[in-house]
Design a protein around this ligand. Structure first.
Ligand code: ADP
Ligand code: MG
Length: 405
């Protein structure tokens, strides 16, 4: 079945259109540190506004755990959205209720209103479908049509993603269309050689993708926090580095499976080990099989891949026609441990074919390291969503829009 798109919604002039965006941007002391997700939402919003719709933007921000917490207010996001759209953007500090309804009633054609953080309401992420349905119905009462464009949340069965799509005439926005297009190129006959680079810190979340990817790729490069579980699976000591003990056997299985399939799992041969998890920690490069032999002994913490490994990963990337990269190679937030991520990002800008960056922190990393979005084939706004797509898992937020593989 095909994904319903904006054209399927017909003429939207004068219609109240609810748009679910993923405006979950990183904030520091109330300031937006990376507005990539807001920028990614502009094309759909602009198209709807140009069509004369009355646009109601909904999103979550952070994890306020179902209650109002001012530091997770979408107000600064609404302000930034106004700057980027270059037109007034209204904001109402409630998600549903009388104040919201009144604000929606005052919207004129071609105007935008941002509602407060969806996750201030516990119903948004409730486990129980009926509770979510109740919330979705209240949201649906605010609009005439629904556009789902928060690609970063399509893998979530949440009220504003799943139930809301069934409560109104609904379609995918342009961002979701773009994201799907690229991910489909990764899963349907990718041009070879195909290299996947995995890193980051959500180790157990990401191990699952390996199982599904192994039969599809030529090379899998492992960096970031998960590399230590791989080193441990090979029998090496990793001192105080990030390690998921209960995944060691699973990882050993992946190594054997890769062998059978003739797929290369490229594991670091050198790592940067630090005395502590801190920006100014002393550090040194050691062979990956001798982490405990660094000057910090059993207290060392691996915080980046070493230069030899980074150079090898970069060479594999440059020699590939398709590359998907998710997860920073090290703790790039600290300059001393950003080198591995920088080298990999740099190589990705030179992929002759399709080079994709996926993941919130990975996207933030390349931007904070000074790369421009247009240097990459595609920067996905959804880490979890893109990984689950590559894993072949059903994505409820897409199925609710008529999509199936
Ligand atoms: P993404 O959002 O791109 O999917 P993750 O959320 O999985 O990526 O991981 C990002 C985080 O991983 C970064 O904050 C980075 O500091 C951290 N990280 C990378 N390497 C290590 C490591 N060796 N030890 C601890 N954390 C790491
Ligand atoms: Mg992340």
């Amino acid at each position: 079945m095909a994904l319903r798109t904006l054209a399927d919604l017909g003429d939207l002039a004068g219609k109240r259109v609810i748009v679910r965006c993923d405006l979950n941007v990183p904030l520091q002391d109330g300031a937006i540190t990376d507005d990539g997700r807001i920028r990614a939402s502009l094309s759909t919003l602009t198209q709807l506004l140009d069509a004369g719709a009355r646009v109601i933007v909904i999103s979550h921000l952070g994890r306020p755990d179902g209650e109002r917490k001012d530091e997770f207010s979408l107000r600064p996001v609404a302000t930034r959205l106004g700057e980027l759209l270059d037109r007034p953007v209204g904001f109402v500090p409630t998600t549903i209720g009388d104040a919201t309804t009144a604000a929606v009633d005052q919207l004129a054609d071609g105007e935008v209103l941002v509602l407060e953080n969806l996750r201030f309401n516990p119903e948004e992420t409730a486990k129980d479908a009926e509770t979510r349905q109740g919330f979705a119905d209240k949201l649906a009462a605010l609009g005439d049509a629904f556009v789902s464009d928060g690609f970063g949340v399509v893998h979530r069965r949440q009220a504003s993603v799943f139930e809301l799509a069934a409560a109104l005439p609904s379609a995918a926005g342009l961002l979701i269309e773009r994201e799907l297009d690229v991910l489909q190129r990764l899963t349907t006959n990718p041009e070879r050689p195909y290299t996947v680079v995995l890193g980051g810190s959500k180790v157990s979340d990401k191990l699952g993708v390996i199982e599904h990817l192994l039969p599809q790729v030529n090379t899998l490069c492992i960096g970031g926090g998960m590399l230590f579980t791989f080193l441990a699976a090979q029998g090496h000591h990793v001192a105080k580095s990030l390690l998921e003990h209960d995944q060691i056997d699973t990882v050993r299985g992946y190594l054997e499976r890769a062998d059978e399939l003739g797929v290369t799992i490229d594991l670091p041969t050198d790592v940067v080990v630090a005395s502590a998890f801190a920006a100014d920690a002393s550090h040194e490069v050691v062979p990956a099989d001798a982490i405990e032999e660094s000057s910090f002994g059993a207290n060392g913490i691996g915080l980046d891949i070493g230069p030899e490994t980074a150079a090898r990963f970069a060479a594999a990337i440059r020699a590939s026609n398709t590359v998907f990269w998710n997860g920073p190679m090290g703790v790039f937030e600290f300059e001393a441990f950003a080198a591995g991520t920088r080298v990999v990002a740099d190589a990705l800008t030179e992929v002759p074919g399709l080079g994709v960056v996926g993941g919130g922190d990975s996207a933030a990393a390349v931007r904070s390291l000074g790369f421009r979005d247009d240097q990459f084939g595609h920067i996905s706004t959804g880490g979890g969503a893109s990984l689950e797509f590559l894993e072949g898992k059903p994505l409820p937020g897409l199925e609710a829009l008529g999509w199936s593989k």
